[in-house]
Design a protein around this ligand. Structure first.
Ligand code: MG
Length: 370
């Protein structure tokens, strides 16, 4: 099998209720800039990054994928994905302009598309190609009811519905409101609504200073919070280590770390407990697996952040021993040919061949790159 061409794709999917916010971002759409990798067979591989649907930035990502990495892939066998990842990752002129950032997001989209092709060529879902099993339980936790712009009654109603009607046993809510009292009031209301047996996670999206994070972090144990996610600046190892030494609640992070080396530094420093690699922020499945192995060797749970809206991550979780819990956000479900399925709070292993990011024909028809 040989690669014949790369075609750019940019999807912008609306988020829930037309707009969501956390402590640092407000968005109306989720962006999925990526590529279709065509071959000299009928098989096409699809891979995407995950963005805030900022078209100029999304164009940079797909341009980098198609124009910079594309020529290096033509004529290659897509099934030799680890070799190709090394070839692209270390290509001097591209590495010179960034070992992370746009170049890395583009490489991630390509790597996912290559794994998609490898799995399709094998006639298997990616989890099976990676040695996983559909009988492994992969629990889902839902983030989509906990946004900071939801009024208190909406927040409570959403979390209650997810638990009582939809069967989730774990929900995440955003913190980092302008004042501590608001965060505590929202947390208390959610804890009371869902009851003591349900796991509640919190996420500050990197907004707080270290003193603010210590102040809020010391209160989280009152509500039996499972983790405190991105409490302060996302790549500040020292601040997170100091926080970890100061509070009882474990720390989760990783959604804004680009490189396996950054995870190594956080893990080695004792600055993270729940490791959250994202296959679209790291350079695809290949680098994600390095991070998951590393975390697992330190006895740290791997709980991916879903910039892919869990389409690829569900495959990785059915295959990787360190991963039993996965975030769920539904924004891409109408755009994907085989959207992730959840039953009674657990992912159902996909049975279609590939890595899970193939768009519907309708989604592909909407694309306008002019
Ligand atoms: Mg987060």
């Amino acid at each position: 099998m040989k690669i014949t061409r790369l075609v750019p794709i940019i999807l912008h999917a609306p988020v829930t209720r037309g707009g969501i916010a956390d402590s640092t971002h407000s968005i109306s759409h989720w962006g999925a800039p990526g590529v279709a990798i065509h071959t000299d067979t009928d098989l096409v591989g699809y891979g995407f990054s995950g963005t805030h649907a900022h078209l100029p930035a999304d164009r940079l990502i797909v341009d980098c994928a198609v124009d910079s990495y594309g020529p290096l892939l033509l004529g290659e066998d897509p099934r030799e994905v680890r070799y190709l990842w090394e070839k692209l990752h270390k290509h001097p002129p591209i590495q010179w302009v960034g070992r992370s950032g746009i170049t890395h997001l583009a490489l991630g989209a390509i790597d996912i598309a290559l794994w998609d092709l490898k799995a399709k060529a094998a006639g298997e879902p990616l989890w099976k190609l990676l040695g996983g099993s559909a009988s492994k339980p992969v629990e889902a936790y839902n983030t989509d009811g906990g946004w900071l712009n939801w009024p208190l009654d909406t927040l409570v109603a959403d979390c209650r519905r997810m638990v009582e009607v939809e069967g989730y046993r774990a929900v995440k809510i955003k913190v980092g409101a302008p004042d501590l009292a608001t965060d505590l009031r929202r947390l208390a209301a959610v804890r009371e609504a869902v009851g003591p047996g349900i796991r509640v996670m919190t996420d500050a999206n990197g907004k707080l200073t270290l003193p603010e994070a210590i102040r809020l972090g010391r209160r989280l144990a009152e509500f039996d919070v499972v983790w405190f996610e991105e409490p302060t600046t996302f790549d500040d190892v020292l601040a997170h280590r100091r926080l970890a030494e100061s509070i009882e609640t474990p720390i989760a992070l990783g959604e804004q770390l680009y490189l396996a080396h950054q995870f190594r530094d956080f893990i080695h420093a004792g600055a993270v407990h729940f490791v959250q690699p994202d296959v679209v922020r790291l350079a695809g499945v290949t680098e994600w697996w390095q991070v998951a192995d590393l975390a697992h060797s330190y006895s740290l749970p791997v709980v991916p952040h879903v910039g892919d809206m869990c389409q690829v991550h569900q495959h990785l979780c059915f295959a990787h021993a360190g991963c039993r819990l996965l975030e769920y956000i539904p924004w891409l479900r109408d755009w994907m040919l085989h959207p992730a399925q959840i039953q009674d709070g657990f992912f159902v292993a996909p049975d279609s061949p590939g890595a899970g990011m193939e768009p519907t024909p309708k989604a592909l028809a909407k694309i306008n790159l002019a």
